[in-house]
Design a protein around this ligand. Structure first.
Ligand code: FAD
Length: 533
């Protein structure tokens, strides 16, 4: 693995960054070679630049010696490949040291960040500033980066949930060492640089998301003004076939912007996986959890077959009107939406014991279920969801979860459907049946990201310490991909587990290959990452 060329590059990187920032010890390398599914890629070194100039020089050194590099911002791409590079022998370019918040405007509602800035850091920053702006948080770790998530076109829960749509003014280091800026930011002294994503001329932002054309070293992110009133709604549907009607009820409300947030529909398995680990005792150690047993848990823990949540934002009048129209829109469905404000949640928490005595309803369970979701809907990052990676582990969830270290098995596969009841139903059935067929609990969530598309995130969750499960999960993952694509549902994002099945040749493949040749003549950046055949 340590060829002469690698050795020479390591010497040059060490001269540039100092020995503390070029890591070659075996334990550290093994950690970054580990994901939540089997990988074979070996990493000869971790290089940690501290500035854009460092990144430029690091890439020039890589190109000069013909060494491939793979950038990560915080490297918590759990379920999609963690920090493991796309090719064997790739050096890991860790950008965590570049963690400055470079610019902020309360009036224009944006922040400009470096790649190492995490969700937690931005949240604290806004609190310290006593800002009336909200960030959008994803359900990933609070210590995951904003830029890594955004370049992968990740999403969260507020009206600003589609992250790449709210990003602009990128600074990018090309693999040949050049630096470019996108949108209005490319014009020297341009006053709208951090907020005017189009600028003038061709818009280039998109080619730096889900690609291997450059390393993003700066990005501006638009923030959401805190609304006067914020409430959430929850609705449970107990009918397995109730999904199409639910989706068709939501779409017009979302289309008319009465519902503005990215709403989530979780199936029963997904909810259970967020509440507890696998019921080993109740099942006598048998997997998967059958739909019959699942029905008992639904009853016991009071959640539905399908469970939808969303945020309502605006003035008091706007939120009241949204509630009225939501009730009306759902009037053809069984059951009613429940509205929960943060105050109501606090109240329920405080008085849960007398409430239980009076009604017999253990409201703490409901609070436990909805509180992290309510937090996410107002831009508060939470590590609550990380526990779900330990679903099939027989050991308890540790205080500091690390799914790579703890050999949690997790593979996300995320196909997209049009926001039509019939399509969402077809896709969900395909996913559920495939996962059950392979012996895994079909945990799925459906995010109504826009009025027109629904992102279906399936989570293959297992225990890497159980013999044979890695292989079985990989088989299931590839089958899930093949079946959903054959039905016309393509993924919104890919993990490194998909590298063996490169994207088929499309009408864009030649153009993209041409761009790659121009920006990366030596092919050193993330080989195979979203490459087309
Ligand atoms: C329980 C759980 C819940 C999750 N919930 C969500 C969710 O709600 N929404 C969501 O989107 N994801 C979610 N994830 C998936 C994932 O954890 C997040 O997307 C996370 O933000 C990605 O990790 P990161 O920010 O550390 O990115 P990184 O690991 O740093 O990078 C991700 C990818 O982007 C590339 N990249 C990173 N930085 C740069 C850069 N500066 N320039 C060019 N390319 C770069 C990397 O090469 C890599 O391929 C969840 C994961 C778990 C385990």
């Amino acid at each position: 693995l340590i060829t002469e060329a690698v050795q020479a590059a390591i010497e040059d990187w060490t001269a540039l960054l100092g020995p503390a920032h070029v890591v070659c010890d075996r334990a550290s390398l093994e950690a970054v070679e580990t994901a939540t599914f089997p990988t074979h890629q070996r990493v000869p070194a971790i290089v940690r630049p501290g500035s854009t100039a460092d990144v430029q020089e690091c890439l020039r050194i890589a190109a000069q010696h013909g060494i491939c590099v793979y950038p990560v911002s915080s490297g918590k791409n759990w379920g999609y490949g963690s920090r493991v590079p796309t090719a064997d022998g790739c050096v890991l370019l860790e950008l965590g040291r570049m963690n400055r918040i470079l610019d902020f405007s309360e009036d224009l509602a944006y922040v400009t960040v470096e790649p190492g800035v995490t969700q937690r850091q931005l949240f604290r920053f806004l609190q310290e500033k006593k800002s009336r702006l909200w960030m959008d948080a994803s359900g990933a770790s609070p210590d995951s980066s904003l830029i890594g998530n955004t370049v992968e076109r990740g999403f969260g829960h507020t009206p600003y949930g589609d992250h790449f749509s709210f990003a602009c003014g990128l600074e990018v280091v090309l693999p040949n060492g050049d630096v470019i800026e996108t949108g209005a930011a490319r014009f020297p002294g341009c006053k709208t640089a951090p907020v005017n994503r189009w600028g003038l001329g061709p818009s280039l932002d998109g080619i730096f998301s889900q690609s291997n054309f450059g390393v993003v070293t700066r990005m501006s992110i638009l923030l959401m003004p805190q609304p006067d009133v914020f409430e959430t709604f929850f609705y449970r549907c107990d009918d397995p076939d109730g999904l199409p009607a639910l989706v068709d009820a939501i779409r017009p409300l979302r289309m008319q912007e009465l519902l503005r947030s990215a709403m989530h529909i979780a199936n029963d398995y997904k909810v259970l996986g967020g509440l507890r680990q696998y019921p080993w005792e109740e099942t006598g150690g048998v997997t998967p959890l059958t739909p019959e047993l699942m029905a008992n848990f639904r009853k016991l823990m009071t959640f539905g077959y399908w469970n939808i949540s969303g945020g309502l934002y605006g003035t008091k009048a706007q939120v009241n009107e949204a509630k009225r129209l939501l009730r009306k829109g759902f009037s053809g469905l069984k059951g009613k939406p429940n509205f929960v404000s943060p105050n109501l949640l606090q109240f329920a928490k405080r008085f849960s014991s007398p409430f239980k005595m009076l009604t017999g309803w253990d409201i703490r369970r409901t609070v436990e279920l909805v509180e992290p979701v309510v937090d996410l809907m107002r831009g508060i990052p939470t590590d609550h969801a990380l526990g779900s990676c330990y679903w099939r582990k027989r050991t308890p969830i540790p205080a500091k979860p690390d799914p790579d270290r703890d050999r949690c098995g997790l593979l996300w596969y995320s196909p997209v459907a049009p926001c039509l009841g019939s399509d969402v139903q077809e896709l969900s059935k395909l996913a559920i049946n495939t996962m059950l067929e392979f012996g895994f609990e079909p945990m799925i969530s459906l995010t109504v990201l826009t009025a027109r598309v629904v992102q279906c995130v399936t989570a293959l969750t297992y225990d890497r310490d159980m013999p044979g499960e890695d292989e079985q999960a990989m088989k299931c993952y590839h089958e899930l991909g093949a079946r959903t694509r054959a039905a016309g549902y393509y993924p919104y994002r890919l993990g490194t587990a998909s590298l063996s099945e490169r994207i088929e040749h499309t009408s864009c493949s030649d153009l993209l290959a041409g761009i790659k040749r121009v920006v990366d003549p030596t092919g050193i950046l993330s080989p195979g990452h979203y490459d087309e055949k």
